[in-house]
Design a binder for this molecule. Structure first.
Ligand SMILES: NC(=O)c1ccc[n+]([C@@H]2O[C@H](COP(=O)([O-])OP(=O)(O)OC[C@H]3O[C@@H](n4cnc5c(N)ncnc54)[C@H](O)[C@@H]3O)[C@@H](O)[C@H]2O)c1
Length: 255
């Protein structure tokens, strides 16, 4: 259903779209009518994802490869959206990923990489997109945060420092742009059923189980369950919802 959906006539940017969750979010927005601009550090994986996405949603998908923690790539991203499609309605800040290990085993490199991947990518992309959204008087910004910010999951302290920054940035922006037609929200997934989680469950079952056993529903989130929450917050109908953290966490908030 490429046309006539909730995002018909709209343009959506999804960052980190070569990854599992980002690809699913892009597919969801595209299948509901959005024209897509997808971006990722991994250019080859991005092109492969964009090709299958384009087939799935039956329209062209624009790509921008590069390190989104830099201003240059963030600027190229918005320039591509405007040149190819003339507008940006939705930004999904999904790029990220943790380097999950005990805090004292983090190195200078992993500390910086965690902040670059999760916080700087989100800040750069948002700063690049906001002026046009404000000028248009319309925008939906959705950040992918993490439920671990709330529950302090095992070995997640450094990741949580970065994602906590994301949650806080989102809330601050929500207030700042509340009268500009722009909503800003965070979707906070618990452990999600990605190939990486499957690998952890295989190589380090104790750690993998620690991520899953805190979830009352007793299983990780499915990719489409995260994507559907993002799609709601990215849609026009969520116009009175801003500054929220929506946990997609199988009831974990009750624990
Ligand atoms: N998988 C989970 O269990 C889980 C749980 C909570 C939150 N999250 C968050 O969800 C998001 C997606 O996670 P995923 O599991 O699909 O991970 P993933 O590693 O499959 O995808 C993340 C993508 O972000 C890209 N990226 C990282 N740094 C970048 C940079 N500097 N510039 C451009 N692209 C960059 C990576 O190349 C990768 O393709 C991430 O923000 C992650 O932190 C994941």
């Amino acid at each position: 259903m490429p046309d006539g959906g909730r995002f018909s006539g709209q343009v959506a940017i999804v960052t980190g779209a070569a990854g599992s969750i980002g690809a699913e979010i892009a597919a969801r927005l595209g299948s509901e009518g959005a024209r897509l601009v997808v971006t990722d550090l991994d250019g080859d994986a991005l092109e492969a994802r964009a090709a299958s996405l384009s087939e799935r949603v039956r329209r062209e998908v624009a790509t921008v490869a590069g390190d989104l923690s830099t201003t240059e790539v963030a600027t190229a991203l918005t320039a591509t959206a405007h040149e190819r499609f003339g507008r940006v309605d939705v930004l999904v800040n999904n790029a990220g990923g943790g380097i999950i290990r005990p805090t004292l085993e983090q190195t200078e490199e992993t500390l910086r990489a965690t902040l670059d991947r999760n916080l700087w990518t989100a800040m750069r992309a948002t700063l690049a997109v906001l002026p046009a959204m404000r000028a248009a008087g319309y925008g939906r910004v959705v950040f992918i945060g993490a439920d671990s910010v709330r529950n302090g999951l095992a070995d997640h302290a450094v990741y949580n420092a970065a994602k906590g920054g994301v949650h806080a940035f989102a809330r601050g922006l929500a207030r700042e742009y509340a009268r500009d037609g722009i909503t800003v929200n965070t979707v906070a997934p618990c452990a999600t059923a990605t190939p990486e989680l499957a690998a952890i469950l295989e190589t380090n079952p104790a750690l993998g189980e620690a991520f899953v056993q805190v979830i009352p529903m007793g299983r990780p989130a499915a990719l489409e369950e995260v994507a559907s929450a993002v799609a709601y917050l990215a849609s026009e109908e969520a116009r009175f919802v801003t500054g929220q953290v929506l946990g997609v966490n199988g009831g974990s908030t009750m624990v």
